[in-house]
Design a protein around this ligand. Sequence first.
Ligand SMILES: Cc1cc2nc3c(=O)[nH]c(=O)nc-3n(C[C@H](O)[C@H](O)[C@H](O)COP(=O)(O)OP(=O)(O)OC[C@H]3O[C@@H](n4cnc5c(N)ncnc54)[C@H](O)[C@@H]3O)c2cc1C
Length: 215
Amino acid sequence: MSTTYEPTQKTQVRRRPDRGNYDRAVVHKIIDKALVAHVAFVENGEPRVLPTTIVRIDEDVYIHGSPNNNLLSAIAAGAPACIEMTLVDSIVAGRSGFGCSMDYRSVVIYGRAEQVTEPAEKERIIDALVQDIIPGHIVRRPKRKELAATLVLRFPLIEVSAKIRDAGNIDVEEDYDLDLWAGVIPLGVAAGPGKGCPRLKPGIETPGYALNYKR
Ligand SMILES: Cc1cc2nc3c(=O)[nH]c(=O)nc-3n(C[C@H](O)[C@H](O)[C@H](O)COP(=O)(O)OP(=O)(O)OC[C@H]3O[C@@H](n4cnc5c(N)ncnc54)[C@H](O)[C@@H]3O)c2cc1C
């Protein structure tokens, strides 16, 4: 397998193509770090977008939800979808409004969903999702009826692009002489210490992965 995704008519980054990236390892890293994905599609001629959690296993990404979810059902029925994830690394404070920007890493995926129907496979995907979001967390096994009541959709990573801005300040040349502050403000996900559920059984301590969560 090639180490890069093949750019297509749809995934070719046109503006600032130097920021486009099709490297599998780079794309995987962005998907794995993102906590939220947006899934877009067209239903009855109207645009729809759904924020959701996502997990990658090898060259597939998975989303899940209730079969009663209208939007998920439309995607499950084969509507072409587009998935996006963004990590904002820094706010860029420029010397003009047009010089203000963000450093980011984002991924766009195009494709159609395949439904996962096998209960053991659904369980494996839900386990992977839990470990992706809360590494080290232990949960009970899912019940058959819980698995049956969950729609799990797989999107193979085929038509994929990443775009990365890692440029900091880019102002128009004459603006560098202005007496104005400019710079970058780094951003990240900051977690507070985990707080136990009020209904925890006595004697259960908060584990280290919840006290010192890092992403
Ligand atoms: C946090 C953030 C802020 C941004 N702010 C602005 C802004 O203010 N103004 C602005 O014009 N642009 C902004 N962008 C960039 C924007 O996402 C597009 O890349 C850009 O507007 C259009 O690029 P294009 O002409 O190549 O897009 P198109 O020609 O519309 O896209 C062609 C293909 O390139 C790929 N592609 C394009 N953009 C991205 C991306 N960001 N990530 C992954 N794949 C991509 C997709 O596969 C897409 O189908 C921002 C991006 C991020 C993540």
